[in-house]
Design a protein around this ligand. Sequence first.
Ligand code: ADP
Length: 265
Amino acid sequence: SNFLEFENEKNVLIVIRDISGTKELEKLKKLDKMKMEFLSMMSHELRTPLSAIKAYSDTIIDSYELLDDETLMEFFNTIQSETNHLNRLLNDLLDFSKLELKTLNLEKTNFDINELINEICNTLEDFAKKNEVNIIFDNEKSLEVFLDRTRMRQVIFNLIQNAIKYSDKRKEEKFVKIQTRTVNQELIIEIEDNSIGIKEEDKEKVFDKFYRSDTSLTYEIQGTGVGLSIVKDMVELHGGTIQLETQLGEGSKFIITVPRGVENE
Ligand code: ADP
């Protein structure tokens, strides 16, 4: 039997498949191109806050005596917000690779989803004000769920942030409206905006990795194109779905449905 095993170890099967000119190769090439674009976009995205942090800290060190307290505080504030931005970008990148490598695990706990949304709205208040967007969420009643709070925070944060980021400068009353409800054992979260909207042909693609609609490029709104793919992956990890209703120039509505995880009272 030793001999046989020895013989088996010597048997190697090599399959060489010629994929040149096939759809598969085209797909691989396209993915490769998207990865390169993503890398260059990410580098750009990281460089912007980094340059600001460097410029402001250089100025503080070089001209400390010349700066009054108010200016100094303003500089520190900018450094802080740019650092936060940098942190978010890196977290996105980390989650993205975890999701790709399938090493992301959910840590579910009991919490109040409406309280979480209020917290997110507070965090995004300054950003909304800067863009003159009105955040509408008036569900004060508590709604208990059993989900991964950190991940759900990210999902909702991302969607509200996008709604503000892609707001339509030409519109008078810009808004993002959030609603939560339960149907049977499902939690439904709707995030609706009257922002620039998404073209019919982009409706499915916006959830793809690295995909950025050309409208966002024309409007020169910065981004990496990974946000919505992370959102979708995280909702699906929870056993849920995400739908999009949208019309170019009118606005968008993202609808999340996830099993609530707790019994209805
Ligand atoms: P990013 O914002 O970094 O480009 P996302 O994955 O978050 O990446 O979004 C993908 C694309 O979907 C965006 O480039 C943009 O074109 C479009 N998009 C996302 N959210 C909205 C929204 N609320 N309104 C209009 N377009 C949106």
